[in-house]
Design a protein around this ligand. Sequence first.
Ligand SMILES: [Zn+2]
Length: 371
Amino acid sequence: MRHHGGLTQVELAGATGLSPATVSNIVKELTASGLLHTAPTSRSGRRAVHVTLARRLGLVAGIHISMRHMRVALADVANTVVSEHSMPLAKDHRADNELDKAARLIVDMLDSVDASLDEVLGVGIAMSAPVDAATGMISRSGLMRGWDGIPIAEVMQRRIHRPVFIDNDSNLGALAESRTGAARGRSDVLYIRLAQGIGSGLILGGQLYRGFGNSAGEFGHMTIDENGPVCRCGNRGCLEALAGGPAILESLRETHGALKLNDVIVRAIGGDQLCVRALADAGRHIGIAAANVCNLLAPERIVVGGDLARAGELIIGPIRHSMERSVVMGANKVADLVQGQLGERAEMSGALMFAVDSSSFGHDDFAAALS
Ligand SMILES: [Zn+2]
């Protein structure tokens, strides 16, 4: 239940390999002891029983901080969101202000659902930058300037006095899409997050792959053109410098003036050929990087998330086309490329799951609650 969030009894039988009668008995027992909560629902027109973990087991908070946006949510341990807020961030926002804001928001949100900080098992933070797990700091300076050198988890922990866990947002987006979204049931997955920046998360053999020093997945900084434009990381010709949000906007500045990324998507969907072209150009570069990952790791599925995924086939089509041209394996072995199912909430959902996974709410607590 911790892994899947909510399931029907029939789905639980499928997931555990137990018979429906056995599942029904176990669910009855655990509901009676207050660990599970059941509610009537329907699946394909049939009556069914929806099972979740009981809320009294505690709450978790999830925070997603990206270059221009913050999203904060409160959920129970079954990942049912009970309160959620999002807000834009200023271009050069600073850690202190934003962590203050997030901490105040969590307290207000707890108030709104009649809960207190004591009930929070942990807080997960998803950052749009590589994070050093040991120090809780962004591990490469210059990517989010206002956050450099700040031990983010520690600072947050001082403000709310609850355990805080931090990871890269694309890793957590990958986690969420693989547990409850477009990559459910797949064990080798590349999750690409396309927004102002470009990041990725890897699921290999069913596990999140973090690499040495927690630094795997810097998809946006793969070199596409060694003579290309300088990237914000300091290197030249990175994928992000060619296909990230600012690069797409820059390519349209002369003809369209100052646009936002969302304007480009809306106009492209409305048939503006220059906007369609700008997305296709970005997609072509992304496809080359994706092909390189496929050639090295052979994922089964590639999930495209982040703001730009809203453009659907206008971005995914060109990625697929360019990827298939550069992949060396047979056509039937090429990863399928799909839009994420969790949209802009994927990273926050992942932060919530990460908080549950990392908090003291483990198998021992289950055993203790049962005895
Ligand atoms: Zn770079």
